[in-house]
Design a protein around this ligand. Structure first.
Ligand SMILES: Cc1cc2nc3c(=O)[nH]c(=O)nc-3n(C[C@H](O)[C@H](O)[C@H](O)COP(=O)(O)OP(=O)(O)OC[C@H]3O[C@@H](n4cnc5c(N)ncnc54)[C@H](O)[C@@H]3O)c2cc1C
Length: 495
């Protein structure tokens, strides 16, 4: 008997009442599915027209006013200006200005810099060092430093000082047509006039600019997003930075991350600049109980930063006894959209650190700031054509950044929790790198720089060898009792 015949027979056995119940159930099910599909269709439909077509923009107003000319703001301004839009790019500072950062610019950012024509300027002025020899030191002190440039067909990251990077990006946006206003500190909450559909943004000195869309790109502490209620809490991560004078150290690599057990899932890193200067920084990544970054807090940063310079066997060797290390500086990290549940509203977008677009595993945010800035520009340019700047349109920006990198935030958070609970996973990675060499290093670099999603580590061809590496590490650490190169360091730092 075929399946259809069996169903017919079963239906024949049902009473009329049961048949009616079944029909009602099926009807409700179908209605629910149709309702869900309709809801999705409506949500994804961008309005084709709105109240503010481009001919309604007064001549003294801008299509967008961007507060903050860091990597996110300048990228957004550049792509808008290139598309012919009128854009005001405001910053409270004058360029060149410093920004505390590890200065590691990952591949997705390198690609955008190339598109913007900024990469060539950085190279021509010898301001970018493309990392070739790089690697990491695991929590039990296994290290691997290899070469990735050849395998990747380019460096996974380059080191550029933010004084150079941010100035060149802001100036590129200006040269493309954006109205860059330096020394324009926005001190009060911008005001929106629903009648004209325009924001008024006023500086501390009293100058005012007006624009159709307000873009908040004012960094991790985003005073504007906080005051306007879009951001509900201060950032929870923190990172230090200190430059080390070129020629005073012993480092012979371009970039290395050091995963000290004590501060997992945080880590410290050294990146080399073209003039042999080093950037040494220490990231504390939020993980575990609220206010904690693993087993440490923000208050431990100075002790960890300075302790590692003196006692970490790898860092102290790389720096050497004569290293001239700058005084520690530090700034906040807002990771994985922390405290910013929504990055859009009517006539408003939040980009870069202001929206918490920093990877929750690596603490890197230059490339996501730039990718988000570019996505924001595309959304505004599309809205300019329709004249509709309502949430139904601005939500397209959130969809775009979620597709580009936001989907990875949840996996990165999970990854941070995993390496905090099971540091041996990082030892297994180093073990596998020592066994296979650069191919494994390259995979690691690609995932850590957002060229591949974190789920890449779950692919059978990656997960299986990693599983064996984990077994080798369990044997070496639990049974063969291999000495731990970091243990001595941790106790010396605590003392
Ligand atoms: C110590 C440290 C190390 C880091 N290391 C790395 C790394 O190695 N690689 C990496 O990819 N990421 C790193 N990050 C993260 C990276 O710095 C940020 O993700 C990136 O700068 C975000 O760019 P942004 O444009 O969103 O914000 P920002 O770069 O912070 O720019 C914000 C701009 O807004 C301006 N501004 C602020 N308030 C106002 C106002 N009221 N009016 C006008 N202008 C205003 C500021 O002057 C600034 O120019 C690090 C962060 C820290 C703190």
């Amino acid at each position: 008997m075929s399946i259809v015949d069996r169903i017919d027979a079963a239906l024949d056995r049902l009473t009329d009442q049961q048949k009616t119940g079944l029909a009602i159930g099926a009807g409700i099910g179908a209605a629910a599915v149709l309702g869900y599909c309709a809801h999705r269709a409506i949500r994804s439909r961008v309005p084709r027209s709105g109240k503010y077509p481009s001919n309604t923009l007064p001549t003294d107003a801008y299509d967008a006013v961007i507060i903050g000319s860091g990597p996110s703001g300048s990228t957004c301004a550049f792509y808008m200006a290139r598309g012919g839009a009128r854009v005001a790019l405001l910053d409270k500072e004058h360029f060149p200005r410093d920004k505390y950062c590890g200065d590691a610019v990952c591949t997705p950012a390198i690609r955008i810099l190339e598109e913007m024509g900024v990469l060539k300027e950085l190279v021509d002025h010898n301001e970018a060092n493309f990392a070739d020899s790089g690697g990491f030191v695991s929590p039990s002190g296994l290290s691997y430093i290899g070469a990735s440039k050849e395998r990747l067909g380019g460096a996974a990251a380059c080191a550029v000082k933010r004084t150079h990077l941010d100035m060149r990006m802001a100036h590129k946006a200006r040269d493309t047509g954006a109205d860059l206003r330096e020394g324009f500190e926005v001190a009060s909450v911008p005001l929106f006039d629903a009648q004209t559909g325009l924001w008024s943004v006023t500086s501390a000195k009293g100058e005012t600019v007006r624009g159709r869309v307000l873009v908040l790109a004012d960094g991790a502490t985003s005073r504007m997003a906080m005051q306007m209620g879009y951001c509900t809490e201060p950032p929870k991560g923190v990172c230090s930075r200190a430059y080390v004078e070129g020629g005073t150290h012993n480092a012979d690599f371009d970039g290395v991350c050091f995963y000290q057990r004590e501060s997992l899932p945080g880590y410290s890193a050294i990146f080399r600049h073209p003039n042999d200067e080093l950037n040494y920084c220490y990231y504390l990544i939020p993980c575990g109980k609220d206010g904690m970054c693993g087993d440490v807090t923000e208050a431990d940063l100075k002790r960890l930063h300075e302790g590692a310079i003196r006692h970490d066997p790898f860092i102290s060797r790389a720096l050497g006894p004569k290293a001239k290390v700058e005084r520690m500086k530090a700034a906040a990290l807002r990771l994985g959209s922390q405290g910013v549940p929504r990055s859009y509203d009517d006539h408003l977008l939040i980009i870069g650190d202001a929206a918490g677009h920093i990877d929750p595993l690596t603490g890197e945010g230059i490339h996501t700031a730039m990718m988000g800035g570019k996505a924001a520009a595309a959304t505004i340019m599309a809205m300019r054509k329709t004249g509709n700047f309502s949430r139904a349109s601005t939500c397209q920006y959130e969809r775009a950044w979620m597709r580009a990198y936001g989907h990875d935030f949840a996996y990165s958070k999970r990854g941070a929790e995993l390496i905090y609970k099971y540091p041996i996973l990082l030892d297994a990675c180093a073990n596998e790198m020592q066994r296979v060499g650069d191919p494994m290093m390259t995979k690691w670099a690609e995932v850590m720089t957002n060229m591949r999603p974190k789920t890449y580590f779950l692919r059978p061809d990656v997960a299986l060898p990693m599983g064996f590496a984990l077994l080798r590490e369990l044997w070496a650490q639990r049974i063969a009792k291999r000495p731990d190169a970091y243990q001595a360091t941790a106790s010396a730092t605590a003392a």
